[in-house]
Each structure stands twice: as C-alpha cells, then as structure tokens.
Design a protein. Structure first.
Length: 220
C-alpha cells in the first residue's frame, strides 16, 4: 500500500473508535471514506444502519451487508464520518470534489458529531487553494457563474459531471477565503445555487489526520 493510502487507512481506523454501537451513523463519500466503509465490516453487529451521502457509498455499504437507511426515517444520527478537500485550523472545510456536497451537508447537519478523516495534504491555514465547488440548478449555471465572478472568483463548469441530484458543479478558483462563514452565506443566497462546498456554519467537530505511522486527532 502506498504511503498516502496507508495514511487514509489509519485515519479511517481511528474513526472507528467513535462509532456508537446500536445507533445509525452517517457515511460520506470519497477515497478516505471508502477505507472507513470497508473497515465497518468488522463492526457490522454494532451497526443497525447507515445513512449515505452518495449513490457510490450506498452501493459500497450494501455490498458489505450494511443496511442503508433513508434519512427521513433515521432521525438524528450519532456520528457522520466524511473526508474533505481542505480543512483549516478551525475545522472549517471545503468539500465537493466528488460532487456529493449537498447530500454531505444535509447528513452532517443531521448528525450530533461530524468526524472528518483525511491525510495531512488536506490541512491548510486558509481555505481556497482547492477550487470551491458550487452545486447549481442547470438553468442557472451561467447566471450563478457571473455572480461568482463578482465575488472575486473564477468559476469553471465541471463539464460531464451531473450530481446525484441532477444538478451541475461550478468549481471556483482564485479565492482566498478569509471569512468562510460569510462567504458560505453569501453564495448560498444566489438564486439557483443548491449549496456551496463550504462547511463553515457546520464545521467538523473532530479532524483525524492520518499518516503512514498512525493518526492524530484535532478538536474544534
């Protein structure tokens, strides 16, 4: 296993320590989360069900025999485990590289604790080097892009990508996000935006950073 995958696996294994036996959990999307899903097979007897943030994760959970529950029937979730594209020292995140940001934000909001798992390459002092994903309704793509330019960004349509919700993604480059909470609010208010991939109003509660040697835990 290469060092980066080993780091992701160590972060995923450390997240298992926060599993609440007998309670439904939320599961995110991405390469690091895939390691976590695979490790859940060891704890299947403790897991009555999981709410998934993407069709890909749903398929992976079902393949392991873990029941996938509709969020509308699940109530409040014990924990939500997901990755990030960037994480700042206050555990505010950029997410959406896998185009699942809307469902991820919903599941995070429905969970008592949000545990972010990643490798050290995702840690930054200021968010924005990773292009900020914005999910938009198709008819609003060009309008939203013009509004994002007014905010100082350079939006690029992620062509060929349609979200699980049937929408499009604009990746906004050139931002140095000094006020993540304010920018999240501003972008979400643009008509046609479904949601922006800033997790600042609801940051992670815990950040687990994996390395080739183990994992380190950071609290908000």
């Amino acid at each position: 296993m290469n060092p980066q995958d080993l780091a992701k696996q160590h972060a995923a294994r450390a997240a298992l320590d926060h599993l609440v036996p007998g309670e439904v959990l939320g599961v995110g999307t991405g390469s690091t989360v895939n390691f976590f899903i695979d490790l859940l097979a060891e704890r299947k007897d403790d897991i009555p069900g999981a709410v998934s943030s993407s069709d890909a994760s749903t398929a992976r959970l079902k393949a392991l025999g873990i029941p996938v529950v509709d969020l509308n029937n699940a109530g409040t979730l014990s924990i939500y485990v997901d990755g990030a594209d960037e994480a700042d020292p206050h555990l505010r995140l950029i997410k959406g590289g896998g185009a699942a940001l809307t469902r991820e934000k919903i599941v995070a909001g429905a969970s008592r604790r949000f545990i972010c798992i990643a490798d050290a390459s995702k840690q930054v002092q200021v968010l924005g080097n990773f292009p900020l994903p914005v999910e938009v309704i198709p008819m609003a793509r060009s309008f939203v892009a013009r509004e994002l330019v007014k905010l100082g960004g350079d939006p690029v349509w992620r062509e060929g990508v349609v979200t699980d919700n049937g929408n499009l993604i604009l990746d906004v480059r050139g931002l140095r996000i000094l006020d993540p909470v304010g920018l999240e609010t501003t972008v979400n208010q643009i008509p046609g935006v479904v949601t922006v991939g800033l997790f600042a109003h609801r940051p992670a509660d815990l950040l687990i950073i994996g390395s080739a040697d183990g994992a380190e835990v950071f609290n908000a």
